[in-house]
Design a protein. Structure first.
Length: 167
């Protein structure tokens, strides 16, 4: 029987670094959306509300298809900025765990027992919780993934030839 943890990660950041989201939300908005003239959380929220209203199904609006696509793209981008602002002051936190359990049986075959075969069932379980924060991740900052524990089964099969005297 073999038990191992073949893959894993554990990291937690706090304080001030490139792996922690800035706590000054207005500065954060300014750095992410300043090129669009949005320099504060209030301006961000107002612009998002305005775009949502303009794009709502009940609004007849008179936007051209090009203006509509541009407004939809801007809304998606600003909602991403809102997600980053919502994580202000949070640090990167990663926890990934995997567990393997393998049962191996083997036998030696051949006249000189130089052919060996090993095999058996394998069970693997993986779970993860990932939160990427800070400027180190660029546009991926604010990314969060929670991978619920999942288990699967398979087989291991190994052939081994030893002590071959070909000369």
């Amino acid at each position: 029987m073999l038990y191992d943890e073949p893959f894993g990660a554990a990291a937690a950041y706090s304080g001030e670094s490139n792996f922690v989201t800035d706590t000054d939300t207005d500065a954060l908005v300014s750095s992410l959306a300043g090129s669009q003239g949005i320099n504060s959380v209030a301006a961000l929220e107002g612009t998002v509300a305005q775009l949502q209203g303009a794009l709502s199904p009940g609004n007849p609006g008179n936007l051209t298809p090009q203006e509509l696509a541009q407004a939809q793209g801007q809304l998606i981008g600003l909602q991403g900025v809102q997600g980053v602002v919502d994580t202000a002051g949070q640090g990167t936190n990663v926890e990934v765990r995997s567990h393997n359990l393998t049962a191996i049986l083997g036998m030696k075959l051949g006249e000189n027992k130089n052919f060996q075969i090993y095999g058996g069932p394998v069970a693997q379980r993986v779970e993860a919780d990932v939160k990427l924060r800070g400027t180190a991740y660029g546009p991926a900052t604010g990314y969060t993934a929670n991978i619920s524990p999942d288990q699967d089964y398979g087989w291991l099969l190994v052939f081994h030839i030893v002590n071959l005297n070909l000369l």
